[in-house]
Design a protein around this ligand. Sequence first.
Ligand code: HEM
Length: 418
Amino acid sequence: MSSTPQEPGLGSGYNPLVSPQLEDPHPFYSRARREEPVFYNPALGVWVVTRHEDICAVLAEPGRFSSVHSITAGAPSLPPEIIQVLMEGYPQHPSLVDNDPPAHGRLRGLVAKAFTARRISEKEAHIRARAGELIDGLVKEGRADLFDRFAHPLPAFVIASILGIPASETRRFRRWSDDWCAVLVGQGPLEELVTQARGVLDLQRYIAAALEERKASPRDDLLSDIVSAAQAQEPPPSMAELVGMLMQVLFAGHETTAGLIAGAVELLLHHPEQMKAVRSDPGLIPAAVEEAVRMTSPVTAMARTAVEDVTLGGVRIPKGAHLRLAFASANRDEERFHEPQRFDVRRADVKNHIAFGQGIHFCIGAPLARLEARIALELLLQRLPGLRLLPAPSPGFLKSLTIRRIERLDVEWDVPAS
Ligand code: HEM
C-alpha cells in the first residue's frame, strides 16, 4: 500500500524534531517499516525511506538520486533577514556531501587521502595524548557533564589539528559550529538567528584567510595540502567551493563523533552486563564502538532528490521529489539485524549497519571516528573508576534533521587517591 502527498497516511505523524520522537524515534520507525516503509511527510515535504534494503538501493544509484539537496531538503526556508546576512558571505556551493559526480569526485579527491585508515592510524598517539589531557583536567572533580568536558572537545580538537588550526581556536569553532547548526534548523528568535548567521560568516572568513595564508607560505598540514592539490586541478576549485568543503569536513568531523562518544558511554552505562564484558575484555572495545555506531546512528538521515520518476518499495515517487533516507531506522531493521533494539557488543551482524553511509558518499571520516571513540572508551574506563550515570533530567537532543545526539551526559566516578 502507498500513500501519495494527497492522502494523509502514517507519514503525517512523523515529527523527528518534536517530543517524543526527538528523544526516541524508534517506535515510530518500527511501525513505519512494518506498515508503510516509504511514506510522504507533508510537514517536511519529503518521502521518508525507512527500510535498510530500500535505502541501500537509493545509495547505489547516485545517477538517479541526486545529493544536491542532501542537507537542506526538508529544512524550513530561512527568514529573509537571515538570507540577507548569509548573502554577505561566500555563495553556498555544493561541495562533498551535497554534490554529484563528476564535481563530487574532484573535490573528494582533495581530502580523502588525508583520512585513509593508514594515515589516520598515525594520529593515534596525538589523539591519545589529547584525550589524556582532557581527563587530567576533570579526574579530581568526581563528576562532570562528560559531553561538554570530553566527548565534544576531543573530536573538535582532533579535526581542527588535522586541518592545521591551532588548539586555542577550538572553542570558537564550537560556537561557530553551533551557529551553523542553528541556522540549518532555522528555528528560534530572529535576533538570535541573525547573530548565528553572522557566526557562519565568521567561520567562512576564518577558513578563507587560513587558505590564503597557506597559499603564501605552505606548512605541513592538510590546509596546505588542499591548497596545492587544488591549484593543480584544471580548472581549480573556487574559494567558495573550498570554504564550503572545509566547513563540511570540520562540522562532520566533530558533531557526529561527539555524539558517538557520548552515546557509546551512555549505552554502556545503561547496560551494566555489557559494560562488565567490556571491562573484563578491553579487546571488545572496537566491537562496542561499532555497535554504538549502529545503535546511535549520529547521522540520523540524509536526503536525496529523484532525478526521474522512480518506484521504491512499491511506492511511485515523482521526478524532483526529495527522499529522506532514515539511516537510524535502517540500522534497526528486523530484516537485517537479529533483535535490532538490543545493545549487544558481541553482535555478529553489526557489520550490516550503514551508519557511515554507502557508495560514493561513504563517510571519509569513518576510520577517524572509530579511532577516536576507541581511544575515548579505553581511557575513560581506565581512568574514571566506578563511572556511573547521575540521575538527571532528559539530556536533551540536538534539534537537527541530520545529526541526532544527546546534549549532555552527567556522570560521576570514584576520585582516584593521588
Ligand atoms: C560517528 C561519526 C560519523 C558518522 C556516523 C558519519 C556518518 C556519515 C554518513 C552517513 C555519511 C554519508 C552521507 C550521505 O550519503 O549523504 C558521511 C559522509 C561524510 N562524512 Fe562522516 N560520519 C562521521 C564522522 C566523520 C568524521 C570524523 C569526518 C571527518 C573527516 C567525516 C566527514 C564526512 C564527509 C566529508 C562526508 C561526505 C563524503 C562525500 O560526500 O563524499 N565524518 N558521514
